[in-house]
Design a binder for this molecule. Structure first.
Ligand code: TRP
Length: 347
């Protein structure tokens, strides 16, 4: 294996500035500056490889993924006796900030970038174009729609990764199981997130087929979620569906509060949004998704695997998660969501 001495002093200083934890306030263990022996601190010039992680924004699911990626990288590095320099940055949902982070990674010639969530991945793809720096993205719902890969099986370029693509008909089924008379569903999402747009586009025909009308509210920032929720409720939404939308996820507790006040159940496309007060979902284990992402990244770096021919890995765990506190507040028996083999109950 080749040892790369790529970090000049100035770059090391920049990288040191760049070191940040996934979630900001509560850094996961691997992000602690003291770190484990196998994961060098930012700017360590004797690392075998430098990896830049860019997390799109702060919400509990992306924090979970980021921590899982780092922990798994640490395990893999220790097993292979490789010294990794892992730099973690959070874009705080701000496009110029994310672009700056990606440009910094490119300027510092990191060996690989792991963007977490679609908007981070598209920004990283633009920044690395023509540089040869590989990308292994995490939790991109629809990488083809986001134009990151040519196909799921054969990405074709220097970009591959993991996807949390889910079948929304399974989530809608939770809603119609709880309320077979459901006539009007509210949809809330950010039109600027390709992950949400792709999910909503697939959801609408299913609703039409089932004779369920829908009303929509779109947001551009988490601050708009409360009003958007009130609008859906005033338009007579009997239940609300949230796709895998980062903007809504960042304000999920606000949406949950509004909905509970109005007696409206919220079905979400991710377990984190149920933990944050939504009623129920069926989906993916994001810790596993993060670990899988780290394994793919390690393969690219250590085994020199070619992202062009590494299929995008889709996890589809079908785990039902129900918030029992929310269920109680809505007067709903959480057991109606039991698919037969039980569900994960959160409070
Ligand atoms: N799949 C989302 C994307 O493509 C990212 C994501 C992961 C997410 N977990 C989530 C979004 C939970 C909302 C809630 O960008």
């Amino acid at each position: 294996m080749k040892l790369k001495k790529m970090l000049c002093t100035a770059a090391a200083a920049l990288l040191a500035l760049a070191l940040a934890a996934c979630g900001g306030a509560t850094p996961p263990p691997a992000a602690a500056p003291s770190g484990a022996a196998s994961v060098g601190s930012a700017g360590s010039a004797d690392a075998d490889f430098t990896i830049g992680i860019v997390q799109y924004t702060q919400h509990s699911s992306l924090d979970e993924i980021c921590a899982a990626v780092q922990n798994e990288l640490e395990v893999l590095a220790a097993t292979a006796d490789v010294k990794l320099n892992v730099i973690v940055k959070n874009g705080q949902g701000d496009a110029p900030t994310i672009n700056d982070i990606c440009s910094l990674f490119v300027a510092d010639k990191v060996d690989l970038i792991i963007p977490i969530a679609t908007p981070a991945a598209t920004s990283a793809a633009a920044a690395t174009q023509g540089t040869g720096i590989p990308l292994v993205f995490s939790a991109v719902t629809d990488p083809v729609e986001a134009q990151l890969v040519e196909s799921m099986e054969a990405p074709g370029g220097s970009v591959t990764g993991t996807s949390d693509y889910i079948d929304t008909s399974l989530i809608l089924k939770l809603a119609t199981t709880q309320n077979p008379e459901l006539k009007k569903l509210g949809l809330i999402y950010n039109l600027g997130e390709p992950n949400s747009v792709a999910t909503i586009a697939k959801t609408k025909p299913i609703l039409e087929e089932q004779g369920i009308a829908y009303v929509e509210s779109t947001v551009t920032t988490p601050g708009e979620v409360q009003m958007a929720a009130q609008k859906l409720i005033s338009e007579g939404a009997e239940a609300i569906f949230v796709p895998i939308d980062n903007t809504v996820a960042s304000a999920m507790s606000v949406l949950a509060d509004e909905a509970i006040k109005a007696g409206v159940p919220v079905y979400t496309a991710a377990d984190s949004m149920v933990r944050d007060g939504g009623l129920a979902t069926t989906g993916v284990n994001y810790t596993r998704l993060g670990e899988l992402t780290a394994q793919m990244a390690f393969k690219v770096l250590y085994e020199k695997a070619d992202p062009a021919s590494m299929a995008v890995q889709v996890l589809n765990d079908g785990i039902v998660t129900v918030n029992t506190t929310t269920a109680e507040a809505l007067g709903i028996d959480p057991d109606v969501f039991d698919p037969g083999e039980g569900y994960v109950a959160v409070e």
